[in-house]
Design a protein around this ligand. Sequence first.
Ligand code: SME
Length: 185
Amino acid sequence: MDENKRDTYQRLRREVVELLDGTTDSVTAMASCAAVLHDGLAAASWTGFYRVVAPELLRIGPYQGPVGCLEIPFDRGVCGAAARERTSQVVEDVHAFPGHIACDSRTLSEIVVPVFDARGELVAVLDIDSHQPAAFDDVDRQELEELVTILSSHFSSGQEPQPVAPVSSSPHAPEQVTEQVTESS
Ligand code: SME
């Protein structure tokens, strides 16, 4: 089982490496990576990036799947936990995760992996959600951590996701994100 999963990741990694050859634009790199992973991972229902755009604030980046929340503070959700703790989060049951943000009520499990630049600064997180329970495990964590290291090597200096002013009002602004937060029971 894990053998097959490793093979899948090896193939997807090769695809990403080939696609990103010569790319130094972080948006191009993240968009291509999200597309390859979303298409290649059968369990994925949402695949994409949240970028660090201000202290303690994530904003949505390139993604595949249904509309996601626009902004996530570091103290919210699985993405916030991965950013705050600078470690991958493998969540078998999102309903058991305190502060999980339900952008898609069908999501049952997810994995979030931090993305660091060459200086070790957190620049984004990779979020993959699934409608299946416990869809991700430690093999996914290892493989995705390796993949985002390859990805971030394509963020040339000055092309990393850059801090910009927070969005103040929009259909998915932080106020609404907060309303969507489901506290665990
Ligand atoms: N599941 C994430 C929120 C982002 S979306 O689901 C696209 C979280 O709790 O961090």
